[in-house]
Write a protein that binds this ligand. Sequence first.
Ligand code: SIN
Length: 275
Amino acid sequence: MELTPINSKIGVEVGGVQLAKLEGDSLAALKQAVYEHGVAVLRDQQLSPEDHIALGHRWGGIDVNNYFPLDGEYAEIAIVRKKADQETNIGGGWHTDHSYDQIPAMGSILVARTLPPKGGDTLFAHMGAAYDSLSAELKAKVATLRAFHTADHIYSPDGAYAQTDQGTELRGQELKTGATHPVVISHPRTGRKLLYVNPAFTVHFEGMTREESLPLLQELYAAAMSEDIQCRVEWRESTVAIWDNRSTWHFALNDYHGYAREMHRITLSGEALAA
Ligand code: SIN
């Protein structure tokens, strides 16, 4: 397996492996690379939907997403789709998948199925690097804080997507979500400290209102949005990205109007988070 870091803060290009056949020590090495670099990019993968599902199970299990349309044939595969005549994309803002769950998904395996001729890249940011960049004063301020996360304002019948042309395709509008997590978590496998709040799903700090929470949230988000701790994944045919939701945020760019983009996503089961 060849590992080539994308930059010193985040991302690794992985060569010399076919995910469809990956198991044992090689799978363990890929997991470790994802834990350390946040996101792994693998090119030229021959990964059928069956292979995608089998990889999710070999990795440690699948958390089926409650909102995205599912592939009719394969219930474990969530479709991240923008049709040529749609304006809005899915994931077009900084977020981390499933932070609104009590035990958030460990990560995601995203496979490019239909790509626009150009555009549609995905940005990733490393929350370990974001935490490292905070001042000592800010680190002390957030050390024991907890924050409430939910998806209700995004997916409910009067939520953000309902106002857009993605509204009719999404499922789960009736669901209620909510979880409180430490603002600074330790990565369950590496122990690295990570900033665990995100602009899409984190609503307020425990014991504070949204209005009281916003100034500090915005200060933390400013650190996390620094371009120094980001990488950009340019999708090509047969590209797969695997990321760690505990240690990264991502942002699907919506700069390809008039063209379709379709990705297949499997969300990997996670483990309890702790400070
Ligand atoms: C997502 O938010 O999981 C989708 C990312 C993408 O489509 O690039």
